[in-house]
Ligand binder design. Structure first.
Ligand SMILES: Nc1ncnc2c1ncn2[C@@H]1O[C@H](COP(=O)(O)OP(=O)(O)OP(=O)(O)O)[C@@H](O)[C@H]1O
Ligand SMILES: [Mg+2]
Ligand SMILES: [Zn+2]
Length: 369
């Protein structure tokens, strides 16, 4: 295994993809040496929270930044000084990572309360990174709250979580907050492109799009999917391989089948369903993909403004097709079609021949003209 997500973990602020407002604010904080005492990084999985916390620990303490006025203007860690290297390798007592998920943080927060009182041993500031902070017990939150109320000047806390709502408001209000967003499909595809280039791997473009789509905005998920595929397929990746491995059908096929359904072309819909089935695709997944596509076409028909939102998560091929379909939607028919597809999804789960409920739904939907 390559463990791409580790190998390609961002090392500087400039390596963080997306999250522009966050990187701008933190870079400026570094340039002015005005750091908050506590930060809260929240947002969906695999979007850069832990990576950013470690980078921030480096920026705060980087020796070169403290001694080289020209370099300081970059608002970045140098990555080369002794301090940066020690933090990078996790080999220092002054940057402490706490996993609140283990044992729900009871001992960890107790240790933190003691540890935070003493001066840093090597660096200018001690940095405490508390990951999965929402997992803390009420007791641990209370202990943490006391620390946040009067943090010593030599300490900085960075809290990270995927579940913002589970962090008590008293904690939240004492931090500077940053919302990490899902990465867009385009951002993920271009990150994957640069990885495969460095790894000397070739890949059909639509295969990367498919991986990015399945990652649902998480860069880590995209990287580990790519990892899996590389370890199974070697140095050339085709769309067909990704289709089979990930159980996801090529978007062009999804568009054709959706098109047949939207235009009530029963014969064509049945033929496409059988072709796709014969290629060995996962039918429940195909049903979900079609439902999702048609649902988007309907939504776009009812509210064209949604196109902006869809642009974040879909590839151009799909957007163009959706745009076209949104114009020919018969709302009443599409609502019925979606209901039938969803009903078929449930029935497919319990049927030894899942194609039958799927087929019946297509027939029932397209017959009534
Ligand atoms: N914004 C990003 N830019 C570049 N790479 C990223 C970004 N977000 C995530 N990654 C990649 O995904 C991996 C995991 O990222 P990270 O640990 O920072 O995510 P996270 O937001 O802390 O996720 P979780 O909530 O699951 O802990 C990194 O090693 C990196 O390769
Ligand atoms: Mg994390
Ligand atoms: Zn440095």
């Amino acid at each position: 295994m390559l463990a791409i997500y580790r190998k390609y973990r961002p090392k500087k602020i400039q390596d963080i993809i997306g999250q522009e407002s966050i990187t701008t604010i933190l870079r400026n904080a570094a340039i002015q040496d005005k750091f908050a005492h506590a930060y809260l990084f929240y947002g969906p999985r695999g979007t850069g929270k832990t990576s950013m916390a470690r980078i921030l620990a480096k920026v705060i303490n980087c020796k070169k930044r403290q001694t080289d006025g020209e370099f300081k203007k970059k608002g970045e860690p140098c990555g080369e000084c002794h301090t940066c290297i020690q933090i990078e390798s996790g080999n220092t007592l002054d940057v402490i990572e706490i996993d609140a998920a283990s044992n729900r943080g009871i001992d960890e927060i107790r240790n933190l309360k003691e540890n935070i009182k003493t001066m840093p041993t090597q660096f200018a500031r001690k940095v405490f990174i508390i990951d999965e902070v929402h997992m803390l017990t009420t007791q641990a939150f209370n202990a943490l709250l006391k620390t946040l109320e009067e943090p010593p000047a030599h300490a900085i806390l960075i809290l990270a979580t995927t579940e913002y709502e589970k962090v008590p408001a008293t904690i939240v209000s004492r931090t500077q907050r940053f919302h990490f967003r899902k990465l867009t499909l385009v951002e993920i595809v271009s990150a994957l492109e640069s990885i495969i280039k460095k790894e000397n791997i070739t890949c059909e473009p639509s295969a990367l799009e498919m991986i990015a789509y399945l990652a649902e905005g998480s860069m880590r998920d995209a990287q580990s999917l790519l990892d899996q595929i590389i370890s199974l397929q070697g140095n050339h990746i085709t769309t067909a391989q990704v289709e089979l491995l990930l159980g996801k059908t090529d978007i062009l096929k999804i568009i054709s089948l959706s098109d047949a359904l939207i235009t009530k072309d029963e014969k064509k819909a049945l033929q496409l369903l059988h072709e796709i089935h014969n290629e060995g695709h996962n039918l429940p997944q195909l049903n979900r993909d079609i439902t999702e596509y048609i649902r988007r076409a309907l939504a776009l028909h009812l509210n064209p403004d949604l196109e902006k939102l869809f642009t974040r998560e879909l590839a151009q091929t799909e957007l163009t097709a959706l745009h076209k379909h949104a114009h020919v939607i018969d709302t009443e028919y599409i609502v019925k079609l979606l209901k039938l597809l969803i009903e078929a999804q449930t029935n497919m789960r319990y049927n030894p021949l899942p194609i039958i409920p799927f087929e019946l739904a297509l027939i029932e939907a397209t017959q009534e003209k």
